[in-house]
Design a protein around this ligand. Structure first.
Ligand SMILES: Cc1cc2nc3c(=O)[nH]c(=O)nc-3n(C[C@H](O)[C@H](O)[C@H](O)COP(=O)(O)O)c2cc1C
Length: 327
């Protein structure tokens, strides 16, 4: 439970000037499935209560949807009955339970020798150094967790902080990229076509609100390179099959090849900004101007880092479970 609490704290709001001013204890209350800190086989049910709520901030949004938030799409789908306050079912808050599930998977995976870590690769135009695709190690993960802004290079974090603060002062927001790696992943996890490891990771990563893109290994850059540049040549390292490069991001044909699994997820800038924006009134069917009140993250990315780790952990643990069942 201590490890889980520490993991959840990395996502919790209100911890610095870079996040929303809302505060949540995020104390996981276990309803069932745990006896004396050990899972007992009954379904594990955990509740995280919302304590710092200001629903009145969302009154106007019921009629005037926020540009690039889910308000309009949800209004159409649910006929106006959707819960708007706090973002309802579309709130970043829904990543708290994702982190409970992922935080538990991370603990089980580490007992299997599989370790997962993520860092902020980019915010605005400030960049960190990327993971070494063949040499990323758990030392890198430790270094990231000791840096206040989850970067490999501490200096990069300072530039990112400046970008977030500049946007915040203007009532604006910024987006960014989270890079995630898993090491110790055995070869052979996953399936061809529709149930590949890429598919399974992407499925859960897109469950994190504000993710708009994902790439594995050399990803979009591979489209502009030659086969001779992008192919990962095999070699024997003692008795282990490895590749000299890892442009495949540890996945071939949807199946892990034993190299680090690496992907990057792109986050859009937070849609709720305090600058006035053009929208519409749903009741009056006419154009309207929206001025958003309420407390929002000027950048989603710092709080999303553990969410991305959680998504990778859930996908890989699910796949690893199949191996265990089969053996
Ligand atoms: C950890 C986290 C915190 C978020 N905080 C906010 C926020 O404060 N304000 C906001 O408008 N959107 C926030 N979002 C993003 C919205 O939930 C998201 O953009 C919206 O639901 C629309 O979904 P889409 O961007 O995936 O299309 C947050 C997302 C995450 C993952």
């Amino acid at each position: 439970m201590e490890a889980l609490r520490a993991f959840l704290r990395r996502r919790s709001p209100g911890q610095s000037e870079l996040t929303t001013a809302r505060t949540e204890a995020d104390e996981p209350e276990v309803l069932s499935g745990l006896v004396d800190g050990v899972t007992c086989g009954a379904p594990l049910a955990v509740i995280l209560r919302n304590s710092d709520v200001r629903s009145e901030d969302y009154r106007e949004i019921r009629d005037i949807p926020r540009p690039s938030h889910a308000d309009y799409a949800a209004h159409i789908k649910f006929g106006g009955f959707q819960d708007v306050s706090g973002g309802g079912h579309f709130s970043g808050r829904l990543t708290a339970p994702l982190c409970v599930a992922g935080g538990i998977c991370l603990q089980i995976l580490s007992k299997m020798g599989i370790y997962i870590g993520a860092h902020i690769l980019q915010i605005g135009d400030a960049r960190d150094v990327p993971f070494d695709p063949v040499g990323v190690s758990d030392k890198d993960f430790e270094a990231i967790r000791s840096n206040p802004l989850s970067t490999l290079n501490e200096g990069a974090g300072e530039n990112m902080r400046a970008q977030i603060m500049a946007a915040k002062e203007q009532g604006d927001s910024v987006g960014g990229i989270v890079e995630c790696a898993a090491i110790g992943v055995p070869p052979g996890l996953g399936d061809p076509m529709f149930d590949g490891i890429e598919n399974r990771i992407a499925d859960i990563v897109f469950g994190i609100p504000a993710v708009k893109g994902i790439e594995f290994g050399s990803g979009f850059a591979s489209a502009g390179s030659k086969g001779s540049e992008n192919n990962d040549n095999f070699y024997m390292d003692g008795d282990t099959v490895k590749t000299r490069t890892n442009n495949s991001g540890g996945i071939l044909g949807g199946i892990t090849n034993g190299m680090p699994v690496i992907f990057r997820a792109a986050f859009k800038p937070t849609p709720s900004i305090s600058i006035k924006q053009d929208s519409i009134s749903l009741s009056r069917r006419e154009n309207a101007v929206l001025e958003i009140k309420g407390r929002h993250d000027p950048c989603i990315v710092p709080r999303a880092v553990p969410c991305v780790e959680a998504a990778m952990a859930i996908a890989l643990y699910d796949a690893a479970l199949e191996l265990r069942v089969e053996s």
